[in-house]
Design a protein. Sequence first.
Length: 559
Amino acid sequence: MKLTLNQYEASINQVISRIYEKGIIKRLWQKDHTIWKDNPTEISNRLGWLDCVDVTSRSFKEINSFVDEVRVEGFTHALLMGMGGSSLTPEVLRLTFGVKDGYLDLSVLDSTHSEAVKEFSNKLDAEKTLFIVSTKSGGTVETISFMKYFYTEAVMKLGREKAGNNFVAITDPGSGLEAMAKDLNFRKIFLNDPDIGGRFSVLSLFGAVPAALIGINLNEFFAKAEKMVNECKLQDVSKNNGAMLGVIIGTLANEGVDKLTILSSSQLRYFGAWLEQLIAESTGKDGKGILPVDLEPISSIENFSRDRVFVHFKLESDTSDDETIITIKNAGFPILEITLNDVYDLAGEFFRWEFATAIAGYVMGVQPFDQPNVESAKVAAKEMMKEYQQKGELPKLVPSLEMDNIKLYGDLQSNNISEAINTFLARAEKGKSYISIHAYLKPDDKTWHALQYFRLKIINEYHATVTLGYGPRFLHSTGQLHKGDGGNGMFIQLVAAGAEDLPIPVNAGDEKSEISFGTLINAQSLGDRQALISNGRKVITIELGENVEVKIKLLTQTI
């Protein structure tokens, strides 16, 4: 790890001295919860990730035997259904490593948009697909809804006796999912160490099982992780790669340099999605937070304000970003450069950043293992759903403006959409604010490119930091920071219903339904909107209707 820190070295050295004096590294490995809070709640039972390499390795034989079994039986594809930590890790691994010949082609579903669910329903052969239901709590509404839908489809296509043979659960002991999986005769139930929080679970069964299914060599992968674990046990902070990283990002955040901009060479670019959740959900609370900025479109260095720190991930052989890195250094920004020998070194990065995040939480004075504001959005969404069940419809917002079949909702007195959007964006304070685009839309390449162009236009016109995430997945990731940080975020919700809605069965295996995926995602967007407003955040909601890509381009032209 190469460091260019410029004027922040003195502050960092002071924090290093405090780490030594307080014995923080030793106490962390002793799982001392008082590093962060006197109260052990949601800390003492969240430190199992420190032992993941040793604990998970005991299950390698079981995992590999299972993988061999499903391969021999002719399974060619897997669909992992999850949210947050349980889905981000498998997605990063699949997109980074690809699929080894003869192993299962893994897809990840973490969107409740009806068109996203329908796409997987249409393209996957139920007979040759292994459905993986992955949730720590065993009650995550999105994950259980996915399970009910696809289990019911499997019953229709394969028969009730055979359906469970295509389903696997990864969950905590005693969870609701464990009970359901037993009742529905799932093929396999993997029970994880319960003392691990979702976003710290990458090296647990939540990551290891999907990794093995796509052909990743678990022995090699975890050997790289173990090497980093040993480095993070060093008491000398300057030699402890995890602790030093945590000191740096935590100290910079305290100095107001709280926007961690992630740059990656092409093969490593998916790692940022996992890192985004880890940092945002762990540090974004108590009026503080580090904002990860991932997959930002290339822009002029003049658009960057001085609240930025950069981290660059590259493979040793890759020189494609060298000129960009030189430009950033010459402009005087702090930058961390991390070079990997090969993609298997990502295993070490997963642990390094988990350790660093725990240290950064100490430096910033926040408890990194809970997520209090995530619950506020869930509660608001449940209230919306309760109203739907009582009245047969969700609460209706009154649009402030309607033009070109686009509806805008927000506290804005404007004559047209262009004026409204630009008035909203003009409130951003350079060097302090950030703008976050929340896309409750079907994830696909065309929509993503349109959203990125919309994002870039805002960056160029307003010299703002702009993040982008699909809903509802970001609710289990950056959503905590959006409502728990210092209140500098401004939020643009983009919503559009699917052309065809899909029912969510009341019970897996039965067709009776009381709610649809369209209703669920609408309740989630309304609930998060209410949670943001209740926390004093600035929000506008834009309903795009049909032809989403075209509508996003129209919005881009208004800026």
